[in-house]
Design a protein around this ligand. Structure first.
Ligand code: FES
Ligand code: FES
Length: 162
């Protein structure tokens, strides 16, 4: 066990914890921050995505000690009142279905737009590697393109537009 100091959403936290514990479990089990989800545990699905020093990371596969001294942002801290432009569009465009993957999707999308504020559809497809069991990918894609300044972005399904 070791004392680990974390800065999460701008607030200082101190934990007595095995430093090899996955950051996801530190957040969920030790700090009660359950907005960040567990999906696969092997860095494949992205449900656990957080930002470390502004860069998206899959927290199930990062030891908690790696986050020490860094600025950690979780879905709870993406915006103060749930009014990040992406969160607004997620609501306006009815993006979620069951919702389980969506915290990770939002964190991945926010990271993409920080790096590339005006991605093309192809760039969104390449960057968004998170998995959604409900298949909300067309709505996620359209919402990101709207956030990137394309007011005409529509939801495209294999069978047409919606
Ligand atoms: S739970 Fe971390 S990538 Fe799936
Ligand atoms: S909305 Fe259900 S897993 Fe993505």
């Amino acid at each position: 066990m070791k004392t680990i100091s974390l800065t999460i959403n701008g607030k200082a936290h101190s934990l007595e914890i095995d430093p090899a514990t996955p950051l996801l479990w530190a957040l969920r089990d030790h700090l009660g921050m359950t907005g960040t989800k567990f999906g696969c545990g092997i860095a494949q699905c992205g449900a656990c995505t957080v930002h470390l020093d502004g860069v998206a990371m899959r927290s199930c596969s990062v030891p908690v000690e790696y986050a020490e001294g860094k600025q950690l942002t979780t879905i709870e801290g993406l915006s103060e009142s749930g009014d990040h432009r992406l969160q607004q569009l997620w609501v306006e465009m009815n993006v979620p279905q069951c919702g389980y993957c969506q915290a990770g999707m939002l964190m991945a999308a926010a990271d993409l737009l920080q790096r590339n504020p005006t991605p093309s559809g192809e760039e969104v497809d390449a960057a968004m590697t998170n998995i959604c069991r409900c298949g909300t990918y067309p709505r996620i894609r359209a919402a990101i393109l709207r956030a990137a300044g394309d007011p005409q972005a529509v939801v495209r399904y294999a069978g047409g537009e919606a």
